[in-house]
Design a protein around this ligand. Structure first.
Ligand SMILES: Nc1ncnc2c1ncn2[C@@H]1O[C@H](COP(=O)(O)OP(=O)(O)OP(=O)(O)O)[C@@H](O)[C@H]1O
Length: 269
């Protein structure tokens, strides 16, 4: 009986936004980057944010990371304020560009936040080894970023975000600049990593197939004002080979995302 209750209950909320608003004051007047955003992200969810440019995807991720200050509503991360969660190092953040320091080796780049956090040298080394293996860059620690391909650099940047083992990973269009074949591979690897580690992931993308392939939940957004127009719970299994993208179920979810994007656009006209 207890097991059934446990299985049926929704996962513990990790990120909870209630009536979240963020209005930027600009010289051209107020910009409603986020309007009345309500969203609950559960522990272990893989949530993608998709929508046209300017719909507030990055702003929402930055609010979670305490890099922006909402102007209304409430937002908690692990039950704390985003600022408290930031201080508790609740998340790793992966930016659109890999952003590795060219004068540091790959291992040196991963080591930097660990040094800042004051981990002992042996612990730093152990963590660097572990995350390099996780992103399949074992043996590349001594290379410099410019000696690696774009896809490998992006994996190194994911390794850096994983190194301090936060339970939440925030990723802002990490694969946007990569070609489709590399992107497919990294999508597969990211899904494997998510499955192995049980992390909660917030992922911004412009690609419908990428959002559908990766996510347990897809948040469709629309601009002016930035808002959520649909939240789609994926029915796809947790383990997903790439060819699942040809299945009727996958295409049905992709269709619903596309419809949500269209509806948001119509509102705008
Ligand atoms: N610091 C800022 N000051 C003023 N306006 C801002 C600021 N940051 C974002 N905006 C505006 O807020 C809105 C949402 O921006 P945001 O970057 O979150 O969109 P996005 O959905 O991530 O877009 P893209 O897909 O192009 O990255 C846009 O209109 C943007 O111009």
């Amino acid at each position: 009986m207890e097991t059934v209750t446990e299985r049926d209950s929704p996962p513990m909320p990790v990120i909870e936004a209630r009536g979240l608003n963020l209005t930027f004051s600009t010289a051209d007047g107020p910009v409603h980057a986020l309007k009345d955003v309500d969203l609950v992200i559960g522990k272990g969810d893989f949530v993608s944010f998709i929508g046209p440019s300017g719909c507030g995807k990055t702003t929402f991720l930055r609010c979670i990371a305490a890099l922006e200050q909402p102007t209304g509503g409430s937002l908690t991360v692990n039950g704390m304020s985003p600022e408290a969660a930031r201080q508790a190092r609740a998340y790793g953040y992966v930016f659109q560009a890999a952003g590795l320091y060219p004068w540091r080796t790959i291992a040196g780049n991963i080591r930097l936040p660990l040094e800042i956090m004051g981990f002992a040298r042996a612990e730093q080394d152990a963590r660097i080894d572990r995350v390099l293996k996780l992103v399949d860059l074992d043996g590349f620690g001594k290379k410099f970023p410019w000696q690696l391909s774009g896809g490998m650099q992006q994996r190194a940047s994911i390794a850096r975000a994983l190194a301090f083992d936060a339970e939440i990973l925030l990723m802002d269009e990490p694969f946007g600049a990569l070609d489709e074949i590399v992107r497919d591979r990294l999508n597969e690897e990211l899904l494997k990593l998510w499955d192995q580690t049980g992390k909660t992931i917030g992922f911004v993308t412009h690609s419908i197939p990428e959002a559908v392939y990766l996510s347990t939940k897809i948040v469709v957004m629309s601009p002016r004002p930035g808002r959520i127009t649909d939240v789609i719970e994926s029915t796809l299994p947790r383990k997903r080979p790439l060819d699942i993208r040809d299945s009727a179920e996958f295409l049905a979810i992709a269709h619903r995302v596309r419809e949500g994007l269209r509806a948001g656009h119509a509102y705008d006209e």
